[in-house]
Design a protein around this ligand. Structure first.
Ligand SMILES: [Fe+2]
Ligand SMILES: [Fe+2]
Length: 347
């Protein structure tokens, strides 16, 4: 496995510097070491606070709906980070040290994303997040806005499949977990969130939030690449005819369709359900989402199960379902649950 990096004039012994996982690791070391505290120190909160205080309540509500999803889902993926490390040493994945090296950097970046959004909602958006201290998993509860839309179901589903995959899971378990985690949450949901964030920023600029998002989205780009690499590795084994890997293609497609309505529900919750005061643009998002979807599942993974009609049917069913939902009532009910849990002293 010894390789040589001729341009840098060094050699390695056990580490394969030609590996894609090494490349991801190295990028993570180079780009993923931004420091949240230094960032907030450098940019400061003043401009964000000025904008925030100038917003109407419904505009603040729209930002709060979007950022609640990031605050909770970043924590959900960070908590599952340890499972990524376990998963990387699965006997069903090609055993290599580069994967494990990469996984350590991966986990660190997710912790920083949690840190950034926690600081942000508690410093700038405090009036819309009077309570945010509960741990989403350890007997706690998602933020009331997250719990009112598809995001909390997405987080729970991810946790359950990641646990199954890390706990001696077979290739199909690993494929299902990687699909929801890297393609569903980090791929489609987070990228949809960036799209809405960009639209909303032009109406209500929040420079620190924007800068943080820039770092987060660069990190997440590597995480999605990791997911696609991992799934491609499993698919190659299935296509080569290894019996234990049969069904991976089908499971990836099934999970893609299961997560889609949860992501769409959230996008609607953040935009048209509150008349989209900052122009997050639900329709534009759906169009962008459909392109991403095709790029991930058809162009990159080349899934045999890919079925554009099933995609369109799932989109239509999702639209029919969320148009009648009373999200305000759901937020209110979840605020009560949140307060009760806090009083009980949970987490
Ligand atoms: Fe993240
Ligand atoms: Fe991530």
């Amino acid at each position: 496995m010894a390789t040589q990096k001729e341009t840098q004039g060094f050699e390695t012994g056990r580490i394969d510097t030609d590996s894609k996982w090494y490349e991801l690791y190295q990028k993570g070391i180079e780009l993923g070491t931004w420091d949240v505290e230094k960032l907030v120190d450098k940019v400061g909160f003043k401009d964000d606070l000025d904008t925030w205080r100038s917003l109407e309540d419904e505009e603040k509500e729209q930002w709060a709906r979007l950022i609640a999803a990031f605050a909770d889902l970043e924590q959900a993926v960070a908590e599952d980070g340890r499972r990524i490390i376990e998963q990387m040493s699965s006997p069903y994945l090609d055993d290599n040290i580069e994967k494990e090296m990469y996984a350590t950097v991966f986990t660190m970046t997710e912790a920083k994303h949690v840190q950034f959004f926690d600081i942000y909602i508690n410093t700038v958006m405090k009036d819309f997040f009077p309570q945010s201290s509960l741990d989403i998993r350890r007997g706690g509860h998602p933020l009331p806005r997250t719990a009112a839309c598809g995001m909390s179901d997405l987080g729970e589903r991810q946790g359950a499949f990641m646990a199954a995959a890390a706990d001696g899971g077979d290739p199909k378990d690993i494929a299902r977990a990687a699909t929801i985690y890297h393609l569903g949450v980090e791929g489609v949901a987070a990228r949809g969130g960036y799209y809405m964030k960009n639209q909303m920023m032009s109406e209500a600029p929040l420079p620190l939030l924007n800068k943080g998002f820039q770092f987060v989205s660069t990190d997440e780009g590597r995480h999605v690449t990791h997911g696609l690499e991992l799934l491609n590795e499993l698919l190659e084994k299935e296509r080569a005819g290894h019996p234990e890997y049969q069904g991976v293609d089908q499971v990836i497609w099934e999970e893609a369709l299961e997560t889609l309505p949860l992501v769409m529900d959230t996008a609607y919750f953040v935009s048209d359900a509150i008349d989209d005061p900052l122009g997050a643009d639900f329709n534009g998002l759906i169009q962008r989402g459909a392109e991403l979807w095709r790029a991930q599942y058809l162009e990159t993974l080349e899934l045999e199960s890919y079925d554009p009609n099933a995609f369109m049917d799932t989109v239509q069913e999702a639209v029919d379902r969320f148009e009648d939902k009373d999200y305000d009532a759901l937020i209110e009910r979840n605020e009560e649950i949140y307060s009760r849990k806090l009083q009980e002293g949970v987490a």
